[in-house]
Design a protein around this ligand. Structure first.
Ligand code: GLA
Length: 336
């Protein structure tokens, strides 16, 4: 890239098929990068990153030596500042951000912006390194101790495939999504107000359970959680252990076309998130129940952090006409 050359970088959003609240303890997740994405276009140069967006009233203007990304304003500039603070690029950038993703709906619009911006600013490295650095940017910007799933799904997506990610080793195994399965994302209409503080609290609970049980990712029997005295920690640990098992089940059943097993695991995942991890809401529960009762729905569950946001539904072709139909897509990239 020479100075002044126009750059276009694309960062897809993600939807998680299964494996919720398992990434922070090094467990298994099965997300996919989707064909709704954020694009950063512009030219490098100067000593600030200046971005405008048709979705935002005010631009993000971030000096290259930004000290405290969480204090950047307006709100979306925090994510820009987080990436700048992690990368410390030699030169700035002037351009615009456009997205086809719904903002703040739980489809990782912030991760999509972070990975696209990092590429636009000149990040060169593996998708895994891109995910690591943008995960740190997200944590710094939001103050939420999020795991690596969102950024890694966006960075490493493979068309037509979900990604089985071992969040301890960061090994990625692409899992083919059968052609006769549709993926839909349906917004509950509830914004995710509590997601930050409750997310941190859940992460702490899982860490406390691990002090007694050891790494939950190494356990396969949810009854191992019964060794915990505290009933809340017991439920949290039961969710994580059982969810890792469900990810294994879906990663085997999906490419084999065993959609009954896939559906059962999705339904069980939602119940576990509702009753054991307690990150669902009555609105999400009602939506999931309605979708799971509909003809042609293989399985539906809340996706992402919970406390509002979206539901993911796997369906037979044409079974639903609500929400966004999404396809498993390639990961973040610079476009010529
Ligand atoms: C958010 C976090 C992810 C992951 C999910 C829950 O999306 O950013 O790291 O923990 O919640 O599975």
């Amino acid at each position: 890239m020479t100075d002044g050359e126009r750059i276009t970088a694309v960062g897809p959003g993600r939807v998680n098929l299964i494996g919720e609240h398992t990434d922070s303890s090094g467990g298994l997740v099965l997300p996919l990068a989707i064909d709704l994405a954020t694009t950063v276009t512009g030219t490098r140069g100067g000593d600030e990153v200046v971005l405008v967006s048709p979705d935002e009233e005010h631009p993000a203007v971030v000096p290259l030596d930004v000290a405290d990304p969480a204090a950047a304003s307006p709100g979306w500039a925090r994510y820009v500042a987080g990436v700048v603070a992690q990368l410390r690029p030699a030169e700035g950038f002037v351009g615009e951000v456009a997205t086809t993703l719904p903002i703040g709906a739980g489809l990782s619009s912030s991760a999509a912006l972070e990975v696209a911006l990092a590429l636009a600013l000149g990040f060169e490295g593996s998708p895994t390194d891109l995910a690591r650095i943008t995960q740190l940017a997200e944590q710094q910007a939001s103050g939420v101790p999020c795991g690596i799933m969102d950024q890694l799904a966006s960075a490493a997506g493979v068309a037509g495939h979900a990604l089985l990610i071992d969040c301890h080793t960061l090994d990625i195994t692409p899992i083919a999504v059968p052609d006769d399965v549709e993926i839909r994302v349906i917004h509950s209409g509830q914004t995710r107000e509590l997601a930050g503080s409750a997310y941190a609290e859940r992460t702490e609970s899982v860490a406390a359970a691990e002090e007694v049980l050891g790494p939950l990712r190494l356990l396969t029997d949810p009854d191992a959680a019964d060794a915990l005295d505290d009933p809340v920690l017991r439920r949290r640990a039961r969710h994580v252990i059982s969810e890792n098992e469900r990810v294994r089940a879906v990663a085997a059943a999906l490419p084999a076309g065993d959609l009954t097993a896939v559906g059962e695991a999705l339904v069980a995942s939602h119940v576990s998130l509702r009753d054991d991890f307690e990150v669902s809401t009555p609105v999400l529960d009602a939506l999931v129940d309605r979708l799971n009762a509909a003809d042609g729905v293989i399985g539906a569950r809340l996706t992402g952090a919970g406390f509002g946001g979206c539901v993911v539904a796997l369906t037979e072709p044409g079974a639903l006409d609500e929400g966004w139909p999404v396809r498993a897509s390639a990961g973040a990239r610079l476009e010529a």
